[in-house]
Ligand binder design. Structure first.
Ligand SMILES: Cc1cc2nc3c(=O)[nH]c(=O)nc-3n(C[C@H](O)[C@H](O)[C@H](O)COP(=O)(O)OP(=O)(O)OC[C@H]3O[C@@H](n4cnc5c(N)ncnc54)[C@H](O)[C@@H]3O)c2cc1C
Length: 413
């Protein structure tokens, strides 16, 4: 298993439970230390509408030139960025969006159910909240557009119910101070939230106890081509380089997957979409939401993680840049104060940014790719936490020669 983010770690777990001997290689000292580290925490089937949809282009144009824009495209002399952008435009066609929503909802429903089973079986605690997700809207036109997407998702079996402002405040009273901003919402009772990194580390511990070998602080330098099969993986732990061999290799390297696949002649449409988060420690007794909240206009989510509030989101297409931009950090806090003016916090916010492994459609790449023994589980974009368990279980089925349940465009089928 190449990569110990939430996707690689869940894959290692399901594969080991199916009887495979698994070794996980990752350059970080612990599991879940890169993009899975401080994400928005939402298990959000209700977030199945991809960024690529018929309404996104006017919004991107409206935000052009704004340093704090929810979606910010920075042009680079990078053919991969251009190719990705052109494919993104194609995915904005209504038929493509509909097809992508259907695939994501199918996998996400399966994934959420599997997460619930796993949590119960292993008694995992990762600051989870099971009070649903409330999408709020502050713009009438966007609310009207969202109603259409909500209808589509209901058609695929999701309980995403449209609610008025009063009902929003009943569902999450901590929004009372934002009453005048809101125009409506929709509520998915069955959605959840929780700390993805805590989950990943807890599951990695269980996996190690069940026999999975984790090789941390070990960088993957090359996947070696051996004709129609992969011959091995060249890794380096800082002291020596080594060729690791296995029956099968799974690439779960998040945004870095394309870099290791390109020398094999495999070009996948994954591009890093940088997102930000701020984690606020709540003062005792502070008003703060328990229901996870999605602010559609600013592309932000708010998740309660124990005595912390995580605010996360926005996207910046700027290559592999991981610098924290103070303007974008400040925008997170400003919006938090607008929506939750009564929030009381302690200490300074912990800012973070990570690179979502984004495909133009937001549909991840799961399945066999070109070589008999090479498998992908990558490209989960905005929904890697939501889709992790379902993707891992589907990958395990595919490797075991079985047909996964969700109706989804798995690779190599
Ligand atoms: C701001 C933000 C908010 C988000 N909010 C949500 C949310 O609310 N809900 C949701 O479902 N998703 C959310 N996401 C998306 C989610 O976090 C990602 O889709 C998910 O973390 C991707 O997991 P991954 O395992 O594929 O990648 P990663 O977690 O990045 O794991 C890849 C692993 O590969 C390792 N690696 C890479 N290259 C090498 C190499 N050469 N050698 C060795 N190891 C290597 C890395 O160390 C890393 O551990 C959010 C993302 C961001 C940035």
């Amino acid at each position: 298993m190449l990569g110990a983010g939430v996707v690689g770690t869940t894959s290692a777990w399901y594969l080991s439970q199916a009887g495979h001997q698994v070794t996980v290689v990752d350059r970080q000292p612990v599991a879940g230390n890169e993009t899975s580290f401080a994400n928005g925490g939402q298990i959000s089937v209700s977030h199945a509408e991809p960024w690529a949809n018929p309404h996104v282009l006017p919004r991107v144009i409206k935000w052009l030139g704004r340093e704090d824009a929810p979606l910010l495209w920075r042009w680079r002399a990078d053919p991969a960025q251009l190719r990705w952008g052109l494919r993104f435009l194609l995915e904005c066609l209504p038929g493509s969006t509909q097809r992508n929503i259907a695939a994501i909802v199918a996998l996400a429903l399966d994934s959420r159910r599997r997460l619930q089973v796993l949590r119960q079986e292993l008694a995992l605690d990762y600051d989870q909240q099971t009070r649903g997700i409330l999408h709020i809207y502050t713009d009438r036109q966007e609310f009207a557009q969202a109603l259409a997407a909500a209808r589509v998702m209901r058609g695929f079996g999701l309980d995403r119910d449209t609610v008025d402002v009063e009902k929003c405040l009943i569902i999450e009273p901590a929004l009372a101070g934002a009453r005048d901003l809101l125009v409506g919402g929709d509520y998915t009772r069955s959605d959840e939230s929780g700390d993805a990194q805590k989950f990943t580390r807890a599951l990695a511990e269980r996996a190690a106890a069940a026999g999975v070998v984790f090789r941390h602080d070990t960088s993957i330098e090359k996947i070696a081509n051996g004709g129609c099969r992969i011959a091995g993986v060249v890794v380096n732990d800082g002291e020596r380089a080594e060729l690791l061999t296995a029956d099968a290799y799974v690439v779960a390297l998040g945004s870095y997957s394309p870099q290791l696949l390109r020398p094999l002649g495999i070009r996948i449409p994954v591009y890093p979409a940088k997102g930000y988060s701020a984690t606020l420690t709540l003062a005792p007794g502070s008003v703060a939401p328990f229901v996870s909240v999605t602010d559609d206009e600013r592309k932000l989510v708010f998740s309660r993680l124990g005595n912390r509030l995580r605010v996360a989101g926005t996207a910046e297409f700027n290559g592999y840049n991981l610098e924290l931009n103070p303007v974008r950090c400040a925008a997170l806090i400003e919006r938090t104060r607008q929506l939750f003016p009564d929030l009381q916090t302690q200490g300074e916010p912990a800012y973070w940014c990570g690179l979502r492994p984004a495909t133009p459609s937001n549909v991840p790449l799961i399945g066999r790719q070109r070589y008999d023994n090479l498998w992908l589980n990558t490209g989960h974009g905005t929904l890697g936490w939501t889709l992790a368990c379902g993707s891992a279980a589907a990958l395990t089925d595919l490797i075991g020669g079985r047909h996964p349940d969700p109706v989804f465009p798995f690779l190599g089928r």
